[in-house]
Design a protein around this ligand. Structure first.
Ligand SMILES: Cc1cc2nc3c(=O)[nH]c(=O)nc-3n(C[C@H](O)[C@H](O)[C@H](O)COP(=O)(O)O)c2cc1C
Length: 203
């Protein structure tokens, strides 16, 4: 795969859909992107429930776990604690090239829409918006309430890209992996990271 000098913040929150976020991490690393990963406590619970793996409380343990899973990308993956205010993405002086929250809870969406920056994910998202960088949210809930929809509209007006992980079937997916890859490919397109997971329409 092509290499990229980009730095992307990737955040996991406690919504269903962690397989999308984990596949995204794998492809970003394989593409040469530097990934700054941060996750909530609820994401740790969902990781156990959905994927049967441990997102550890100590960042260095998670770095080791992903190195064992995906190979060692020599320092390209850095994991940060949810209250680590010294992390680069906490400041407008070092926001990186983009941020993805995948999956994104309704709670995190509401916090960001309300400007409440009380953890590293909400703060980094706030930074991306004020610095006019790419912020992608993959919110997952069904159905959406008026509050969820209003928060999404507010964030869209503020410059965020709202990408609910809704699979399409015109590509004739044959497996869950195909469905996951469809979502991940669209997110990569928006990040400007070249991908070969899914052919572009008409090609
Ligand atoms: C297995 C599981 C699945 C969940 N799925 C969702 C979901 O799809 N969307 C959502 O907004 N919350 C979902 N939740 C609830 C959130 O995890 C909960 O609201 C939590 O407080 C969110 O915290 P966070 O935003 O800090 O990650 C789920 C919880 C569990 C345990």
């Amino acid at each position: 795969m092509a290499t990229s000098a980009k730095t992307i913040t990737l955040a996991y929150t406690g919504a269903s859909g962690l397989p999308y976020g984990v596949r995204l991490l794998e492809i970003l690393l394989r593409s040469g992107v530097t990934v700054h990963l941060v996750y909530t406590q609820a994401a740790q619970i969902v990781a156990k429930q959905e994927m049967d793996f441990i997102l550890a409380s100590r960042p260095q343990d998670t770095e080791k776990m992903f190195a064992e899973r995906f190979g060692d990308y020599s320092g390209k993956l850095k994991v940060f604690g949810i209250q680590d205010w010294f992390a680069p993405m906490a400041s407008g002086s070092n926001p990186g090239d983009g941020m993805v929250i995948c999956p994104c809870t309704m709670g995190m969406l509401g916090k960001i829409a309300g400007g409440i920056s009380d953890d590293l994910i909400a703060r980094a998202a706030d930074v991306m918006l004020k610095e006019k960088r790419t912020l992608i949210l993959a919110p997952r809930e069904m159905p959406f309430s008026a509050i969820h929809l209003e928060n999404m509209l507010k964030l869209s007006h503020a410059g965020a890209v709202i990408m609910p992980p809704n699979p399409a079937f015109y590509t004739h997916p044959q497996s869950v992996q195909d469905i996951v890859d469809f979502i991940v490919a669209r997110v990569l397109d928006h990040l400007g990271v070249e991908q070969t997971l899914m052919k572009k329409w008409g090609e």
